[in-house]
Design a protein around this ligand. Structure first.
Ligand code: PEP
Ligand code: MG
Length: 588
């Protein structure tokens, strides 16, 4: 054990010191490790335990599926169980361990490869599907075998730092977040969804910490400096003390902002703005209420799906969740975004097969319109809850809109669904507000036309930057090109704000840029009035706005729009705002 330092990119501020838990999702090529005669029984025993653990989990899922969604869904899991217990599968692995005297991981890898190539050679569509099932079951067995069973983390006595190669949001939401001190991830970006979850829960996180998994496996203690994006393995005592004192200092600074929770969000020269919350998980509502937000600007409803995965939420799952969310926030408005599945948000059970380029694939509203069954289930629940509150309390927002057609089809589906519900005896109001996210460049370019079809627009910069600049938001290798300050993005944002103004509809922003201290003055100056962000960011942004003058912000925005590179914009803002940021103790 000796000290080692790896650098990455800090994406959620803070310092974490603790024991590492390594979680690898990438398929690690199994090594063929010879074992001695006297180790064979032990290896087989360990493999059997992994199979048993996997079967238990499959049975739990099957039971839930039957109870929630009916017999046919339960049988999907029965098929998985049969694979796990099939003598031609598990039995073969045991046989290989015994006859070849090799480690279980390698034996499993061999058996899976052989089965897959047999399926592929038969060229049968049914078997192509079974291939996915076999891979799924094998991955589960492997994870249990390696002790990477996420459910066990919930039973940990003390909190840990998660070190992972890639941690998709569908896995992150299964973690007991109260027991996570920090995330050190080998891949990811400023606005990848796990980063957003970390920020939202105030969990320090760094991405692009390449080699972290391998190094952390033999480390006893690690320190994650997410301000600098640095991971230190086995730090010495002096270093640990330094990190502890920096963490205290940061916590004290945070605590000093507590007084802004009940203050108005208004600039020095009296321009009233609104701060709303982005919510992924129900636990965040408390923090939104604590910071006295003006409503929910974005509830990412696909998290309902990720929680229920591999099942689809039923109408009553939707209803129960939305009712509780709206009840807690009322009378403040709650904007619920319809499923934004696909892309990096796992949707295999809905789509059926993996896509070569999922971020440009069947994602968001496209997926909902292509498979309207589960979309209509969601619309039914949304309309029913809207009918239980005064008009405007529940608002429906559509993700990944690329033009007016998707809005028109959605409106048509909404009308049909409302009529159906009325026939069933529900009281469904007319005109539940319908909004579109502007996160695809074509939607920004067509924002005037879109504005005539919807009740509100919300700019999703996380994706808008990704698509406008052609930079993967979750790829640390290009994260230095992912810039909210890019003149291309600023001009698109201005276009959307101008369209809203001209057509007399509300425009908000719910991408992470709305909470970026460097960008907030420009956004205020461009005319944005509604900022939606993770609740933890509210105090900093409210404090900033209260010290800002709208008149100056307008000048800053005008000047920034004249510049032609992201770097020029950033340098200009840093210089112009240096004294301002120092005065209100903001680090940018
Ligand atoms: C966005 O793209 O800016 C957004 C808010 O949506 P998401 O981060 O869920 O893609
Ligand atoms: Mg988006």
């Amino acid at each position: 054990m000796s000290r080692l330092e790896i650098s990455g990119i800090g994406v959620s501020p803070g310092i974490a010191i603790g024991e590492p838990v390594v979680y690898e999702t990438r398929p690690v090529a199994a090594l063929r490790l010879p074992i001695e005669d006297n180790e064979i029984d032990r290896e087989i025993e360990a493999f059997r335990r992994a199979v048993e653990g996997t079967v238990e989990r499959i049975e739990e899922n099957a039971e839930r599926a039957r109870a929630d969604m009916g017999e046919e869904y339960g049988s999907i899991f029965d098929a998985h169980k049969l694979i796990a217990l099939d003598p031609g599968f598990s039995g073969k692995v045991e046989e290989l361990i015994r006859t070849e005297k090799v480690n279980a991981e390698w034996a499993l890898d061999q058996v899976v490869s052989e089965l897959i190539s047999r399926f592929e050679n038969l060229g049968d569509l049914y078997l192509a599907d079974r291939k996915l099932d076999v891979l799924d079951v094998a991955a589960q067995i492997l994870q249990t075998f390696r002790g990477q069973d996420l459910h066990r983390l919930a039973e940990l006595d003390s909190p840990v730092v998660i070190v992972a190669d890639d941690l998709p949001p569908s896995l992150a939401v299964q973690l007991p977040l109260d027991k996570i001190l920090g995330f050190a991830l080998e891949t990811g970006g400023m606005t990848s969804h796990t980063t957003i979850i970390a920020r939202s829960f105030g969990i320090p996180a760094a991405v692009g910490v390449r080699g972290a998994c391998e190094a952390a496996r033999s480390a006893r203690l690690i320190a994650l400096d997410a301000f600098e994006g640095k991971l230190v393995l086995d730090p010495d005592q002096v270093e640990i003390n330094e990190y502890r004192s920096r963490r205290r200092e940061y916590e004290e600074q945070q605590a000093q902002l507590d007084h802004v929770r009940n203050l108005a969000t208004v600039t020095r020269d009296g321009r009233k703005l609104e701060l709303l919350a982005n919510i992924d998980l129900p636990m965040e509502v408390e923090s939104a209420l604590h910071w006295n937000v003006d409503g929910i600007g974005l509830y990412r409803s696909e998290f309902l799906y990720m929680k229920a995965s591999p099942l689809l939420p039923s109408e009553s799952d939707h209803l129960e969740f939305y009712r509780e969310l709206v009840r807690r926030m009322a009378p403040r408005p709650v904007t619920i975004r319809t499923f934004d599945l696909g892309g990096k948000k796992l949707a295999r059970d809905v789509i059926g097969s993996p896509e070569a380029n999922p971020v440009l694939g069947l994602r968001g509203i496209r997926l909902c319109l292509a498979k309207p069954g589960f979309f209509i289930t969601q619309l039914r629940a949304l309309l029913r809850v809207a009918g239980e509150y005064p008009p405007g309390t529940v608002r429906i927002m559509i993700p990944l809109v690329s033009g007016v057609e998707e809005i028109r089809i959605t409106r048509h589906l909404l009308r049909q669904t409302a009529e159906e519900l009325r026939r069933e005896g529900h009281s469904i109001p007319e005109g539940v507000p319908l909004g579109a996210m502007v996160e695809v460049p074509s939607a920004a370019i067509l924002s005037r036309e879109l504005a005539r079809e919807v009740d509100f627009l919300s700019i999703g910069t996380n994706d808008l930057i990704q698509y406008a600049l052609a930079v993967d938001r979750a790829n640390d290798l290009v994260s230095d090109l992912y810039r909210a300050s890019h003149p291309g993005l600023l001009r698109l944002v201005k276009k959307v704000l101008d369209a809203g103004e001209a057509e007399g509809i509300e425009v908000s922003m719910c991408g992470e840029t709305a909470a970026d201290p460097l960008m907030v003055p420009v956004l205020v100056g461009l005319g944005l009035r509604k900022f939606s962000m993770n609740p933890q960011a509210v105090p900093v942004v409210r404090n900033l706005i209260r010290h800002l003058s709208y008149r100056e912000a307008s000048q800053i925005a005008r000047q920034a729009l004249q510049l032609v590179t992201a770097r020029e914009v950033e340098e200009y803002l840093l210089e112009r705002l240096a004294i301002f940021f120092a005065k209100i103790k903001i680090r940018v």
